[in-house]
Design a protein around this ligand. Structure first.
Ligand SMILES: [Zn+2]
Length: 318
């Protein structure tokens, strides 16, 4: 590791719980200097400092950092992508552009198919019900000590965060205890849904949707709550069209779908992105998931069946 990144790592703030007022939040594209370049995605002011959300284009991991002005090079997005053409990030951006047209489940829906297991994604859409903590208790019981921390992806909405303070604290505590390693994914702020509307006019496709707010307000809510937004985005209802998909890509984000929504009876395959809801609204998927890990318990114990970290699994995807 070169000297610059030793210094940089000292300034990684995400784990310091250095929260506080957050202003002037904006999309800011660029690269850090010197090499190896990190992608700069966002800039804002917090606690009297300029902070950035950056992405390592080789590992797909994000970080919240302070950067000295000399190491910040603002660039148009096309130039950023151009200079990263040999990285996993650029490869996955290209792949996304071939998966942008489905009304449901567009985006990446499967990772590395050579894996003996899958990536678990858990959606926290707005809900009046408490978090289904049983899922996390069962996960920890099933996978420790074979996997510790257990990698899981949680997609989260602003409205859920507003009304589930103690549930969010519970999840953050599972991370600080070393039980879970959570990849936090933006699932939009409001996650609007109208049961009377057909899908092509629903969720983010509903009239008068402010996509900027849905993406950027939710990122700010995540940061204020001490969560580092990952490079991924999941469409509410897994519903999108080519236009909204393109606009999400233009934020630098990578949309993720799912090829194994358990409550819809879709069976997980190797490298699947399995989807369950732990917001209290999908008991069927939770029961299926708990049955699945019970049935797999001998394979979990001899480590032939595992949960995979989503960023790492996508980097390996061929
Ligand atoms: Zn949702």
């Amino acid at each position: 590791m070169n000297r610059f990144f030793c210094v940089l790592s000292l300034f990684v703030l995400s784990s310091l719980n250095a929260l506080g007022q957050l202003t002037d939040y904006r999309v800011f594209f660029g690269l850090t200097n010197p090499q190896p370049h990190q992608v700069i995605l966002r800039q804002w002011q917090q606690s009297g400092q300029t902070r950035y959300l950056t992405l390592n284009p080789h590992t797909l991991k994000t970080a919240v950092v302070n950067l000295p002005p000399a190491s910040v090079r603002a660039l148009p997005w096309v130039s950023v992508v151009d200079q990263l053409s040999q990285t996993p990030y650029a490869r996955i951006l290209q792949l996304e552009q071939t998966r942008d047209y489905n009304l449901q489940d567009a985006g990446i829906e499967r990772a590395d198919t050579t894996e003996r297991g899958f990536s678990l994604t858990i959606d926290l859409c707005p809900s009046t019900k408490p978090l289904t903590r049983l899922v996390f208790e069962q996960l920890i019981r099933a996978f420790e000590p074979e996997e510790k921390p257990i990698p899981v992806t949680i997609t989260i909405t602003g409205l859920w965060m507003e009304s589930h303070r103690s549930d969010l604290a519970y999840l953050k505590n599972l991370v600080s205890r070393g039980d879970l390693d959570i990849t936090w994914v933006n699932h939009s702020y409001h996650h609007r849904y109208n049961p009377r509307l057909p899908l092509p006019m629903n969720f983010l496709l509903e009239g008068a949707t402010n996509l900027n707010d849905e993406v950027l307000l939710n990122e700010q809510a995540m940061l204020k709550n001490g969560l580092t937004p990952s490079i991924f985005f999941r469409f509410p209802g897994l519903v999108s069209d080519k236009a909204v998909f393109g606009r999400v890509l233009a934020f630098g984000l990578l949309p993720i779908g799912s090829d194994a929504w358990l409550a819809k009876n879709q069976q997980p395959k190797q490298g699947s992105l399995v989807l369950i809801h732990a917001n209290g609204n999908e008991p069927l998927g939770i029961t299926d998931f708990i049955n699945l890990i019970r049935q797999k318990s001998p394979a979990i114990e001899n480590k032939t069946w595992l949960l995979y970290d989503l960023p790492a699994s996508l980097v390996k995807r061929r």
